[in-house]
Design a protein around this ligand. Structure first.
Ligand SMILES: [Zn+2]
Length: 72
């Protein structure tokens, strides 16, 4: 993610290795969802205040809709 400047913070996204065993669609959704969390600084998006719903909504906005969960 772009740095925000001297007073800003950066973000690091760590993906689980088992993601490579999942479908392409699910993997893309998870990666987009995590990038959305980083982009939103784990906050809401517009009127969406729940951070998980906000990350899903932004991921969908980027073209990666929520997928059924593939691991337990
Ligand atoms: Zn999340």
């Amino acid at each position: 993610m772009p740095l925000l400047g001297p007073s800003g913070t950066s973000r690091c996204i760590v993906l689980k290795p088992r993601l490579e065993q999942c479908s392409h669609e699910f993997s893309c959704y998870i990666i987009a969802h995590e990038f959305a969390h980083a982009h939103l600084h784990n906050g809401g998006w517009g009127e969406i205040t729940d951070r998980e719903d906000a990350a899903d909504a932004l991921a969908q906005h980027w073209g990666f809709p929520k997928q059924p969960f593939e691991w337990s």
